[in-house]
Every structure is written in structure tokens, then in C-alpha cells.
Design a protein around this ligand. Sequence first.
Ligand code: AHR
Length: 493
Amino acid sequence: LVASLTVDPAFRIAAVDPRLYGSFVEHMGRCVYTGIYEPDHPTADAAGFRRDVADLVRGLGVPVLRYPGGNFVSGYDWEDGIGPRDQRPTRLDLAWRSIETNQVGIDEFAAWSRGVGSAPMMALNLGTRGVDAARALLEYCNHPGGTYWSDLRRSNGSADPHGIKLWCLGNELDGPWQIGHKTAREYAQLAAETAKAMRRVDPSIELAAGGSSHSRMPTLGTWEATVLEETYDLVDYISIHTYYEQRGADRDSFLASGVNLDRFIEAAVATCDHARAVGRHRKRIHVSVDEWNVWYQSKFAGEGSLDWEQAPRLIEDTYSIVDAVVVGSLLISLLRHADRVKIACLAQLVNVIAPIRTEPGGPAWRQSIYHPFALTSRYARGTVLRVEPTGPTHETSWLGEVPTLDATAVIDEEAGAVVLFAVNRHQHQPLSVDVDLRACRGLAVGEHVAMYDEDPDATNSAARPDRAVPAGWRTSRSPTGTRAWCSRRCPGT
Ligand code: AHR
């Protein structure tokens, strides 16, 4: 099979917003407790956070971290997580039927995220709470001092404001599973009033209104239209969530999941633009894909305890080479829509459907999906180019006919580099790609990295943390000539 594409710096989609490489920390399972935070771990820092995990998070390259949920946030009282730790209440978390000890709260999380080169994207409880709790939390986080909530933050040890810029107006309130689930109109009005009050506390914030929880929601489209009818002038983003898995033996459809993400994003954009036309608005609403990943929901349905444990093992999916390829393709889809998608969060960061896994008291390691994410976060910086691929297609039972090649390119003008991202969605056929570089005179191929393996189901584990890793080669120019570097299992492309 042969496909082709053209790289021309004149054909630009948009600059990549670095917040496209966000991730998500929920108080769920072992994401926080024994994930990022474990005071008894041999690598724990003075605040109780694991240094081994923090190093892996830095290597992943996540400039923004959504926190603290997720379904968890819709029953969360943020005030439980501030002040002296020994006085914080232990509560029932109704979303995951777990025990929440509140040993980590906003002050600890804000300080930890700064340390790993990230910033919180704070989600608000619009399930059981509303305007008052939201404006108090914002005052606590962002107001410099001299008021009740800001002085409380200072007396709790954070003299400087956390300066949290990005806020999510609730989580998945379109879903009947959500605590405090609402109709579109009820949610829209609450989101609008919350946004209005918050903008009075701090006009510099950015707000994401909740859109559809997945692309099969019966309310997709009408939910967003109603929400934007009430909130258009008050918000900056509409958020969507999406997870993918291989169903049964249908790997062809799974490998083409990016086509579904393309369509979902385009549906959200169309609804935003419809609301813009109807309301005669000038500004555009952008999209925040603030939960996305591979998640084996049906395979592991009912797995794990939901019976009032502290930090139970919940949805700790182990990822394969195929999953890494799909994650790579989903990243390409996000980049292709860089003109409208400004924020995206790989859900979640540690242990819970995550690129990083840990054992309590033991090691931390990278899952296969860590690698395409880290490589894309590192290399896809600059401007996304429209590459117009042409080539073979194949049939899938879920998505119909799909292009076999999924590709995009990013130009980094400062570094003078073009990076091409490509996925062969075909399980069995090799695919060559002819790249027309006539518009890029003077470029030479410098490096090639691929996730590739004779065993597509290979995974990493605590015992074998480097089984599913990228392979590749690189050339480096020096006064003495050109040298080539090649890692093990080089696919020789
Ligand atoms: O990321 C796991 C869960 O998936 C989140 O809590 C929820 O928002 C989504 O349904």
C-alpha cells in the first residue's frame, strides 16, 4: 500500500496550544493515593509526594492537569481538603463508593503541579453544590489577600495566590450516572450564573462549559446548543469526553477510533458555530476534550471493589502496542483540529486508565501509551500544517470506510524543523508514505521514531517496564560528519 501527502509551510491550520497535552488527576482509585501521593514511599518528598512519579510526569510533558474529578467532583466539598491534615474529615465518595481521607486538597495539588511543570485546570462541583461554593473556591485560590477566603489560604500556608486560570463548570452533568444530573436547561442556567459570579471575582479566568460525555449520548448536539444559548458570552470552551476500546475481535474499528474523534470534534464545533450564528455573537467558542483515552470499559465492567475501600484498585488498564498506536492516532486527530481544540486532557495520569503505573511502596513505570504522548508533547510544538493525505482506504464495521493513513505535520519555525506524525491503521498491510517536500527546501531527515512490534499485544509491567517502547534512528551533524543512531528493534523504515 502507498499513500502520499504534501508538507507545505504555507498551508497552516493553527498554532498548537500547549494545553493540548494536558492530563487529569481525579480522586479516584489510586490516582492520588499511592499514585502521586504516598508519604511512606521511599521516594516521598517532604510533602508526601512520590519523587519517582513526579519525574515520570515531568517526562510526559503535561502543562495542564484537570483536578479533582471527574465524577468525584460532583459530590465533593472542596473545603474538606484544606487546613491541618489531622482535622480534615473522612468522607464517603459516592461516585466511586470509596473512602476519601482528604489528605490531598487544593493547596497540596497546586504546589505539586507547579513542581512538575504544570498548572491545575480546576473542576467545580455543580452536582450537589453551585454558585456559592464555586465563587468561594475561586476567591480562596486566586484572590491575593485581605478577605475571608484568601486570608484562610494564606493562613493555611499558601501566601501567594494559586492563580488558577482554567475552570470547568461541572463534570458530565448530561449523564444520568452523575450525582446531581440535570436537564440541559437546568445545567445551562446554573453554569451561566456560576460563570457570572466567578468572572466578578476574577475576570481573567477562562471557563469551560460541560458538553457531551461521549459521542453516543442521545442529547449530543441539543445539549450543547441549550448550554450555549445561556452561556455563550460567559464561557470560552465547551468540553467533550471520549474513550475508546477494542470491542470483541474488531481491531480494525478500534485502530480507526480517531475517525470517531474527528467526527465528535466536528459535531461540537458545528454546534458552537450554530450557537454563534443564532445569537449573532462575534467570538468563537473553542473545544476542550478534557477527558480522552483508551479505556477497556466493557472488558473490565464490574472489576474492582466499589465497597468503601480507601484508594481501591479501580480500572488500572494495562496498555499494549496497539493501544499506543490508537493513542498516537487520537493525538493526530486533536492536532488536526488545532484551530478549534485548544485544551485536551489524557485521562487519567497515574494508575487509573493511565500512562503511568505504580505499586504501593514499589516501583513506578511507563505504560506503552506514555511514549506516543510524551513524543507528541515534545515534538508537536509550533504550527499544524494541512497535509491533505491521499491513498488507500479500508472498511471497518463501526466507522465504515476509513483512510488507512492517518497523518499530520507540525512546523517549528524557531527550530527550523518539520515533524510528521503518521499511523498505519491497517493491521496486516505495510504502508509506505511518499512525502512531497518541494516547499521545504534544505530539510534533511533527522530522526525517525516508531511504536512497532512483532507482538501487537506486548505490554509493559513492573517486572518488564521497557517491553513496549519506541524504536528509531537519528542522524546528527557535527564538524566531523553525519552520525546515525539506532535503538534496538529498529523497524528499518
Ligand atoms: O475518568 C474516569 C471517569 O470517566 C470520570 O470520573 C468521568 O468524568 C468519566 O465518565
